[in-house]
Ligand binder design. Structure first.
Ligand code: AMP
Ligand code: ZN
Length: 447
């Protein structure tokens, strides 16, 4: 039985889909910048979620959105649009910036062997749907207009504070001195922003007789409505999304369509690097390419991420990445061994899946793998569950290399140690070593 921690109830709950297919929505990246290794953790955890559902025999339909408009620097309704900022920084158009970072994100996604979503949804492809949703919210009495845009009146939605357990009175009391715009409540937010005369905002659409663009949260509510139909089964994101982004998505869905947005909500925690926040000023904004320069593959990083739990705060260090890399190599060598001799295994895959079924406890599953014997069949299922490309990286070695392994063995028998050493060096250049065991030599990977 699959159990997941549901943010909405703050409890571990048994998960069962309501229909034939598990409907999942993953809040995706704002495509104005490279995704650093912290940003990528979420997609690794949700890849495990999808793979786990599939291992349990469920079909999955997942949408992952790409935010290319409306996400302002502050996460609320102030500051520049992140895409406009990216365009200024790079001397490109916003559309070029979006295209560039969508392509880069998809490249990282592939390198990490992440299960492709059934639908990649780009925010700017849903503008008409956004407008229709604002129309509905207005028709249902949830919005008001200011000089700045169309705002959601959060006092109209009784459960607004419930999801994130927000202290609205405290928020109101603590509102910035000089909070004097036309918002009725401090938690009200823009569902649609107007572009003022002279304001630089390239992405613009005419709505309500003026140029404007959708507020950030709206895309997720409208994409879910259009592509999946609410309520969906599982909605995923980072813990930072709980108080504003997801709270507002839920409110918008209710106001426009009168439904709950999702049954389950999963949120992953943040990683630190050497005990520090990831930040430019600390120079620790590592990309997958930075890890590659230091000799670590994307899959070594995935191995590190899955050695911990999605709800825990994780501290990344290069030493711990080194350990993850060594662990992945040792698993590949155990698979290589399965190709060279019979390993019966103790049918441990069921236990591995059981561990992951317990709210994605991959750390416990990893410990089981370390401490049990797996047959080739079990390794295949395990590799499918974690998406670590262990098998593809562990084929039978080529016939020439296999012949060299045998020749080395013969040379040793004939006490021709010079030839045996020569072959050892030749194999090492191919990334292979030979281990002598009581049942004869077996080859292993050294990298
Ligand atoms: P940002 O570009 O910093 O707004 O990050 C985009 C998303 O990535 C955030 O909304 C978070 O959910 C996630 N994220 C950012 N930093 C981290 C981190 N250090 N660890 C895990 N997730 C992160
Ligand atoms: Zn979202």
């Amino acid at each position: 039985m699959l159990k997941l921690f549901n943010t909405a109830s703050r409890k571990n709950e048994n998960f069962k889909p309501t229909g034939e297919v598990v409907k999942i929505y993953t809040c995706g990246p704002t495509v104005y910048n490279d995704a650093h290794i912290g940003n990528l953790t979420a997609y690794i955890y949700w890849d495990l979620l999808v793979r786990c559902l599939r291992a349990n025999g469920y079909k999955v339909k997942r949408v992952l959105n790409l935010t290319d408009v409306g996400h302002l620097v502050s996460d609320a309704d102030e500051g520049e649009d992140k895409l406009e900022k990216g365009a200024e920084r790079e001397g490109k158009t916003v559309w070029e910036v979006a295209d560039t970072y969508i392509a880069k994100f998809k490249k990282d996604y592939k390198a990490l062997e992440l299960a492709e979503p059934e639908i990649w949804a780009r925010a700017t492809d849903y503008i008409e749907d956004d407008m229709a949703a604002v129309d509905l919210m207005t028709e249902h009495g949830f919005t008001y207009e200011t000089a700045d845009g169309v705002y959601y009146d959060t006092s109209k939605y009784e459960n607004y504070a419930g999801f994130a357990k927000l202290d609205l009175a405290g928020l109101q009391a603590g509102a910035r001195v000089g909070f004097s715009d036309e918002k009725h409540n401090v938690s009200d937010f823009a569902v649609w922003k107007f572009i003022k005369e002279g304001e630089k905002h390239t992405m613009r659409w005419n709505y309500l007789g003026r140029p404007g663009y959708p507020g950030w949260h709206l895309e997720c509510a409208t994409i879910i409505h259009k592509e999946l139909g609410e309520p969906i089964d599982i909605h995923t994101g980072g813990i930072d999304h709980i108080p504003i982004h997801h709270t507002n998505e839920i409110a918008e869905c209710f106001a426009a369509y009168g439904h709950d947005l999702s049954r389950f909500w999963l949120h992953c925690n943040f990683i630190t690097i050497d005990g520090e926040k990831i930040s430019k000023s600390l120079g620790n904004v590592y990309l997958l390419s930075d890890l590659a320069e230091r000799g670590f593959s994307a899959l070594d990083y995935k191995m590190w991420v899955l050695s911990g739990h999605y709800q825990g705060t994780r501290n990344f260090t290069f030493e711990s990445l080194e350990a993850a890399k060594a662990r992945r190599l040792s698993w590949r060598n155990r698979i290589a061994e399965c190709y060279q001799k019979e390993v019966s295994g103790d049918g441990v895959f069921e236990k591995i899946l059981e561990a992951v079924n317990n709210n994605l406890n991959s750390a416990e599953a990893y410990a089981l793998i370390d401490n049990s014997e797996l047959s080739l069949e079990d390794w295949k299922k395990t590799d499918e569950l974690f998406g670590l490309k262990l098998i593809e990286d562990s084929p039978k070695i080529s016939e020439e290399l296999q012949a060299l392994v045998l020749e080395r063995e013969k040379a040793r028998e004939q006490k021709n140690f010079a030839r045996a050493d020569e072959i050892r060096d030749q194999l090492a250049a191919e990334g292979i070593t030979v281990k002598d065991t009581p049942t004869g030599p077996i080859w292993q990977y050294i990298r």
